[in-house]
Design a binder for this molecule. Structure first.
Ligand code: ZN
Length: 138
């Protein structure tokens, strides 16, 4: 007997013998069967578990990635780091007496780099040693 046949037969029994206990019992069974049918329309237990486990795996992976980001720093720290990694031109400081560049200033933290008249300064790194701002000496 299929579930639909059982449901049909129960409805017939209710029509023949409509006692309150039987009606209530059949209603519970009928509701359970209809709920079961709705689940089955969505897939087998194995199929639903597979989807559920896939989703759980994806969520766990996203959570792990988020935790890895958080271990490194906050969103604000990442934004600041990204801005610092975009090279900026150093600001030349020209001596009014000599009319020449006498030092360079970090565009982020304003630290001054003194290194004679060479451009780019011979011993300077590609980043500011004070604030890690990437410097474009080209
Ligand atoms: Zn700096």
């Amino acid at each position: 007997m299929t579930e639909n046949e059982a449901l049909k037969r129960m409805k017939m029994c209710i029509g023949i013998s409509p006692s309150e206990n039987i009606v209530n019992s059949f209603k519970m069974i009928s509701d359970a069967l209809e709920e079961l049918q709705q689940y089955r329309e969505l897939g087998t237990i194995e199929e639903i578990l597979k989807v559920f486990n896939n989703q759980r795996t994806i969520i766990a992976a996203q959570h792990e990635t988020l935790e890895q980001y958080r271990k490194i720093g906050t969103i604000e720290e990442f934004k600041a780091l990204k801005e610092k990694s975009t090279p900026m031109k150093p600001i030349p400081n020209i001596s009014p007496e000599e009319g020449k560049v006498v030092c360079w200033t970090c565009p982020s933290c304003k630290k001054k780099y003194w290194n004679g008249y060479y451009f780019p300064p011979l011993t300077f790194d590609k980043v500011c040693t004070n604030c890690l701002q990437a410097i474009d000496w080209d």
